[in-house]
Design a protein around this ligand. Sequence first.
Ligand code: AMP
Ligand code: GLY
Length: 783
Amino acid sequence: MGDLRVLLIGNGGREHALAWKLSQSPRVELIYAVPGNGGTATCPKVTNVASVAADDYPGLVAFAEGNGVNLVVPGPEAPLVDGVEGFFRKAGIPCFGPSKEAARLEGSKTYSKDFMNKYSIPTAAYQNFSDYTQAVAYVESVKHDIVIKATGLAAGKGVILPQTKEEAKDALKQIMVDRAFGDAGGEVVIEELLLGDELSVLTFCDGYTFKSLPLAQDHKRIFDGDQGPNTGGMGCYAPTNIATKELTDKIDKEILEPTISGMRRERQPFRGVLFTGLMITSSGPKVLEYNVRFGDPETQTVLPLLSADTDLADIMLACAEGYLDDCYLKVENKFSATVVLAAAGYPGSYAKGTPMKVRDPQAGSTIFHAGTKVEDSQLKTSGGRVIAINSVGDSLKAAVDAAYAALSSGVIQFDGMFFRKDIAHRAFRSPSKEAMTYAQAGVDIQAGNDFVEKIKKAVASTKRPGADAEIGGFGGEIDLSHCGFPGAPVLVGAIDGVGTKLMIAQTMKKHDTVGIDLVAMNVNDLIVQGATPLMFLDYYGCSKLDLASAASFVEGVADGCRQAGCALVGGETAEMPGMYQGEDYDAAGCAVGAVSPSSRLPKHAAMGEGDVLLGLGSHGVHSNGFSLVRRIVQHAGLEYGSVAPWDASRTVGESLLTPTRIYVKSLSPVLDQIKGLAHITGGGLTENVPRMLPESLAAEIEFGTWEIPPVFGWLKANGNVAPAEMCRTFNAGVGMVIAVEASKADAVARALSESEKVFKIGRLVRRAGGEEGCVIRQLESWV
Ligand code: AMP
Ligand code: GLY
């Protein structure tokens, strides 16, 4: 006989699932469900209690005391936000859930946003407003897409995703002036719209230790294909295929750990279950919201993944009493899917009291009631989300198929029942369905260009003899002969970083090749100005210096310098505690070279229609476009340690870390025979080739004239990236483009082909005002 008498507060599907799992605990003697539903009514060990209201906290305490209750489990957020935990704490009865103060993580969006800000927990940019005019002014001023949220609880309805500024202003008026959500609209949060996959994670906490359940994905919209209005949740599956070890570790490290320790620092240790709603964006997981209770239908989905010998009652008591580290919690290596059945009309108005027929499903499936009740011994509907079926299987497909098979065999029947037919569709979507772009991956080339426009004035103010202080080229120059050094050459400088390729290096713990990249990015920018790279300086910034990684990185820099024939003359290693996360580091480098004034490239005056464009083969992705690369890799469910689908001899990480080709030594001997060079960096082929051209000329490139390394075919297919987007983001196989007089093209190509792959890729044509600077013909044929 068990030693625990449980009081469970709530009446949804979540509470039925909690009762179901709790009832399997040998420690549980009996469960009082207040008020419970038609499912808890027939659950072993459970008694539905109607004699006390779920929000009568003193009444609940009296009931608990009178019935020997020694574990209280509030299901929904309302009692927790109201402070039910404190009522039971005073009575000395353990309650599984946070204090009223800690429950503000869910109860007040302002509080939770400020909390995340204070503890550097990644979340969307946001601002609070209680003044309607200021909110409208803010909407007018921001460039990003926004989400508007009423800060008080608004039963999940307080979130609006406006498509236009007009819609946004309309919504603000409805919430703040017309009070469509009542007092909850007194204050709004205007948040940045985050794009990506939405996931939820349920985490048991005792204030110190935390243990998470598998990452789940809810389906909030009413109709298939995520169409129609938001609901409380129409289905769910777990674990999700994007929940790689890398991602779960990152969520633990960047989100859960700082949340739990932050709450402790606030002197409001979080005990109970924390529901973290996450958006997995191209720049990593970000918190959409916290809830201080289990999710619905997440609970019905993840509890069935717990092993039979995992004792939920024991875990809950441990959370309340502070010994979770000592608890046994095992998740089976299986998959789980839940399909919710709603009443016709939901989430609008719907009928109640419709008679239902429910049979036991086959083993491996479980029915969880939500809006049901037993009336005159007849099971009837009593809510919008009525009931759900969950199935567990060895694969996600097996789980989903089993749930739908049970439904088609008629285990649940009621008039007007409605359910989504596509639960888990995001896990099954062929990656090619959703086209990815670099902007979606978090990088906006246009914004970068706008920025350059903005700073031009400040830059121009630094003008001095020898330098015209213009920006936008591949690098900067100063003519020393105008600076008091007659006869001296032009000094050319370039500065660059490696970008998010560093994150792959950090994941792979391989730091030398990105050192080469750093040099390559800079010296290739010098050579395109005709300059010979002479010296290099590097900067390495981290929170905590790890000697081995930093040394390996600098060895890579030295390797790159040898390849470019330039001297590594200096550098800076900055250790700045708290500046970066964990072992992350950032790096930048600067190369300086020289060129005689008459040898400067590009030679605009010499360029003309009919000049030939030669392309030099790239060594893969080089150092640009990695935000998109990482997103596609994650989307494809690949680990950096898995075999690269495009190159069986290497892992994904090794292949992606192939360093940027340094073209300096190959190009030096032919510099005097060519007219211009374009290093294909950020902006890809399309945006970089015009950088060497005068306004009057455009590049006409013929697709299919060069070899495309297999990695690009894979990225294109798996991200469903449009061909034009490929060429605007990546080098697509061409790392350097050369403009040369047609009569010299063969000789130059021959000379270069000793060390490079050389392709004749196009020619220069006349460009009229308003025309593109680079046209890639037949690009649509890239399939
Ligand atoms: P919330 O009430 O804050 O949990 O928001 C409800 C839903 O609105 C979330 O589950 C998301 O689907 C969506 N949402 C909320 N905030 C954002 C955001 N910043 N970016 C994108 N979607 C959001
Ligand atoms: N499934 C979303 C929630 O429980 O809030």
